[in-house]
Design a protein. Structure first.
Length: 244
C-alpha cells in the first residue's frame, strides 16, 4: 500500500518528468534535467516555501519580543507555552511551516535517489513511462561533460554542504543567551543552544555525507534547491522586516 502510494504520487511522476526534460535538454544531460526538475518542484512548492521563509524572517525580527516572554514566564512552562502560542497567533506566525515543507520535500529526495539506485537512468524503464512521454534519443549522466551525476560525486557533495551551511546561516538566527547575569542557563537554554549548533554546523555535514552516499544527482538537487531558497530569502528579507 505504502509502496504503491510512493510510486503513484512521487516516484513515477518524478521519473516521467525527468525523462521528459532529458528529451528536451541539449545532449540529454541528466544534470541539466535535474536542475530544471528541481526548479519545477520548487515552483510548485513556492506558496508553502514563501510562507515558511516569511515566518522565519518574522521570527528573527520578533525574536526580542519572544525573549521578553521567555524572561517573564520561563519559570512556568504552561504559562510560557500559552503566552508563546498566543504571541504566534497574534502575529500570524506558524512555527511549523518549515517542518511541513521538509516533510513534503523528503519523498521527492527519496524518489530522486531511488531513480539512480534502482538503475532507472541512463537505462530507461519503459514499463512506467506515461503514454505521452517519449524515450530520449540521447542521454548522458555526465553533467556538462565533466561530473557523473549518476554516481557519487565528492565535489557536488561538498558544494551541497556549503550551500546548506549558507542557507541555514541566513534562515536560522544564532543562539543568544540571556543577558541577565544572575540567571544560570536552564535545561531549555542548553537544549536550544545545542539544537542551534546542530542546525548551523551538523546539518551541512550531514547533508554532505547523505549526498556522497547516494548520487551526484541528489547533491545537484540539493544545491539547486538551497540556492533557490537563498535567493528567495534575500528577496523577501527587506520586505518582511518592514512589515514585521
Amino acid at each position: 500500500m505504502i509502496s504503491s502510494l510512493f510510486h503513484g504520487l512521487f516516484y513515477d511522476p518524478l521519473y516521467n518528468l525527468l525523462v521528459f526534460v532529458i528529451q528536451h535538454v541539449p545532449g540529454g544531460d541528466v544534470g541539466l534535467a535535474t536542475i530544471i526538475v528541481t526548479l519545477i518542484v520548487k515552483l510548485i512548492l513556492f506558496p508553502l516555501s514563501k510562507q515558511a521563509t516569511k515566518t522565519q524572517l518574522k521570527m528573527k525580527v520578533l525574536e526580542p519580543e519572544i525573549a521578553k516572554i521567555k524572561e517573564k514566564y520561563g519559570s512556568n512552562r504552561e504559562e510560557f507555552g500559552r503566552k508563546t502560542l498566543e504571541f504566534y497567533r497574534n502575529n500570524q506566525l506558524n512555527p511549523f511551516a518549515s517542518f511541513f515543507l521538509i516533510l513534503l520535500q523528503l519523498p521527492v529526495i527519496i524518489a530522486l535517489a531511488y531513480i539512480f539506485i534502482s538503475g532507472g537512468l541512463p537505462t530507461i524503464k519503459t514499463d512506467i513511462l506515461y503514454s505521452f512521454i517519449q524515450i530520449p534519443t540521447a542521454i548522458t549522466t555526465l553533467f556538462l561533460g565533466f561530473v557523473d551525476v549518476g554516481g557519487r560525486s565528492i565535489i557536488l557533495s561538498i558544494i551541497a554542504g556549503l550551500a546548506q551551511f549558507v542557507q541555514i546561516r541566513l534562515s536560522v538566527p544564532a543562539y543568544t543567551p540571556s543577558k541577565d547575569p544572575s540567571k544560570n542557563p536552564s535545561f531549555g537554554d542548553d537544549l536550544a543552544k545545542s539544537m542551534n549548533v546542530q542546525m548551523r554546523y551538523v546539518m551541512p555535514v550531514f547533508m554532505f555525507f547523505v549526498c556522497l552516499s547516494v548520487s551526484g544527482a541528489v547533491a545537484l538537487y540539493w544545491i539547486t534547491g538551497s540556492l533557490f531558497t537563498i535567493a528567495q530569502e534575500l528577496y523577501f528579507r527587506k520586505n518582511i522586516k518592514k512589515t514585521a
